[in-house]
Design a protein. Sequence first.
Length: 185
Amino acid sequence: MEITAIFLSGLSLVVAIAGTALANKRSSEALNESRKAAASALWSGVQSAVQRFVGFDPSAEPPGERLSDFRIATIALVDEMEGWAGLDTWLEAERALGAVQALQVMKVMEQGGTIDQRLATLEPFQLWAQALSSNLRRFRTTGFDAAVAAKLSKIAQDQARSINEKHGFDQQPSPPSGLKLEPLD
């Protein structure tokens, strides 16, 4: 009788350990799937904001809300993507480029022009939106490459600077040099 009780106790212990290990494995898998779903939703939010620029004419409707939606979506994505240092810099450079390109479209369209001139003025804005969408999709599928992001940031900053200079637009002010941020707890 005692041997049967010991055997059953040992068997119960093995079943309990195996059940706990299996439950932990399933819990880990569920947590990973949950994280993937959350990241997917964030990427989709950014893509959705970018797609609102494709086919958009800034001279027909102010771009402010679309630019705000893009900024909000990118902030959420950047906050979630651990180890992607430089993603925020690139996305902000792209947002600034989109804003100055929209301003360029609005200013040029104020002067009138033919349909062909209108399309030629809209083309860089449309190409920017399509390239941004493509680059976002690349990073999402292949992973983040800080060197590529740095190159894309520089390209966007250079293009924005060129447009600003061409039209005499005011440059975005730099933050005050004494600005100090404290780490978040």
